[in-house]
Structures are given as C-alpha cells and as structure tokens.
Design a binder for this molecule. Structure first.
Ligand code: IPE
Ligand code: IPE
Ligand code: MG
Length: 228
C-alpha cells in the first residue's frame, strides 16, 4: 500500500514540556505534583522515540527564565532533576540512550554537577537515542556564547547541535520561550492541547504523524510544482 506520508520519521524531535502547573491546578493539587507527574511523561517520550526510530530528543526541562519562579518550586524542580539522574541513568545506559545536559551549569546546585558528569560519562557509548536535557537553558545565551568560538554560520550550527525537524509544545501555548532558536530555523511545529503530564506514546505518534504529512520546502518550490 502506498504511504500517504511525505516525510520519514524526524531525526531530531524537540519538546517544550509545558502545562505541569495547570495540570496540577485542575485537580486541586500543588504545582509540584504536576512536575512529579511530568517526570513520568519524560520516560514515555523517550520510549516512544526509541520505538519510532527518532535519533535525537531534546527536552526543555528548565529555562534560564524559570529561576524567576518561587524558590520552593525551583527547589522542587532541582530535586526532581537530581532524582531523575539518580534513578534513570543506569536504565538509559542499558537501553543505549546517550544523555547530554545543555544549558548553563554555573548556577545549578553544586550537588547536581557530579551527577550530570556521571550521567554523561556512563551513557556516552549509547547510539540508539541521544537524549539532550535542557536545564538552565536559554537559546539566546547559547547562541551568544557559541558565536564567540566560531567564524561562520555552519560552524555555529555544528557547535550548537543538529537542526530540529519537529518541535512539539504541549498545553496550548504557541511560542518558543527561548528554546533552540537557531536550530528551529526550519522546524515543523506541532502544538498539542494536552498538558505535559498527560503526554504519552500516542501523543508522540500523533505529533510525528502530523509531521510526516507535511511538506518541507526549505525555501525551494515543492518537488511536485517544480515544472512550469
Ligand atoms: C512546565 O510546566 C515545566 C517547567 C517550565 C519547569 P509549567 O510549570 O510551566 O506549567 P504551567 O505552564 O504553569 O501550567
Ligand atoms: C518554557 O515553559 C520552559 C520549559 C518548558 C522548561 P514556560 O512555562 O516557562 O514558558 P512561558 O513562561 O509560558 O513562556
Ligand atoms: Mg508553562
């Protein structure tokens, strides 16, 4: 049967995991419960990417602007990140998942730094999926910092990482919030209504199906319209 898809599975999927707070509020729970539930959705997103054959998954976990949140919420998020590193890294290593953490490190709690180093070291041989966790991340800051080390746009792209094929944001917002601004130059965007804690493999499959039905021109005319 002829496939109706134009595109292969995206190589690089990036997700803005939004709506934890709204998910919690809707059930009368504190926002931190939404973050805790959201951590479970991370595992589902990773499993889905492995199953579909996505090569790189970048997850926006904590933005440079998220430091503006109440101190208790920031602490809860850092504790969750610590818990994630303590409990998930071995499984990732076994599954062939390479972990990288992108973003600033100098403002993170010192106790996290050796855990991040260990996660990256222990999983560096993984070839099935490259999981990039964006923590204390700002695209503007990343671009500004990387730009000092390079002398062309191509070098800057290499320095920052692969272009995003599919950008997903949950919880209905339609903005980038300083995420992967350079790498999303030609990203296809899918905005989902559901909040991040409700995200599952079907949500990912649905976003990927939407992506595969799109036509990407990169500035050229579509192949089918190229004559005449
Ligand atoms: C995303 O959910 C998690 C982080 C930004 C850390 P939010 O906490 O932004 O949830 P909403 O947008 O307030 O519902
Ligand atoms: C973006 O979500 C950051 C993360 C998902 C980690 P926010 O909820 O912080 O973004 P804004 O403030 O609504 O743009
Ligand atoms: Mg939000």
């Amino acid at each position: 049967m002829k496939s109706t898809y134009h595109l292969p599975v995206p190589e690089h999927v990036a997700i803005i995991m939004d709506g934890n707070g709204r998910w919690a509020s809707a059930q009368g729970l504190p926002r931190t419960e939404g973050h805790r539930e959201g951590a479970k959705a991370v595992r589902r997103a990773i499993e889905g990417c492995c199953r579909l054959g996505v090569k790189t998954l970048t997850l926006y976990a904590f933005s440079a602007d998220n430091w503006k949140r109440p101190r208790a919420e920031v602490s809860a998020l850092m504790l969750l990140f610590r818990h994630y590193l303590l409990t998930e890294v071995e499984e990732c290593r076994k599954e062939g998942i390479r972990i990288s953490v992108i973003g600033r490190r100098d403002r993170l709690p010192g106790t996290l730094l050796p855990l991040i180093d260990e996660a990256e070291r222990e999983t560096r041989g993984g070839t099935r999926l490259h999981l990039r966790l964006a923590v204390d991340y700002s695209a503007r800051d990343a671009i500004f910092t990387a730009a000092r080390r390079v002398s062309s746009a191509e070098e800057l792209s290499k320095e920052l990482g692969p272009d995003v094929d599919l950008l997903v944001r949950t919880a209905g917002e339609q903005r980038l919030s300083d995420f992967l601004l350079w790498e999303c130059a030609y990203a296809e965007m899918v905005f989902l209504q559901q909040c991040w804690p409700d995200f599952d493999e079907d949500s990912l499959a649905d976003a990927v199906a939407q992506y595969r039905g799109r036509v990407r021109n990169f500035g050229a005319v579509p192949v089918t319209a190229a004559v005449g």
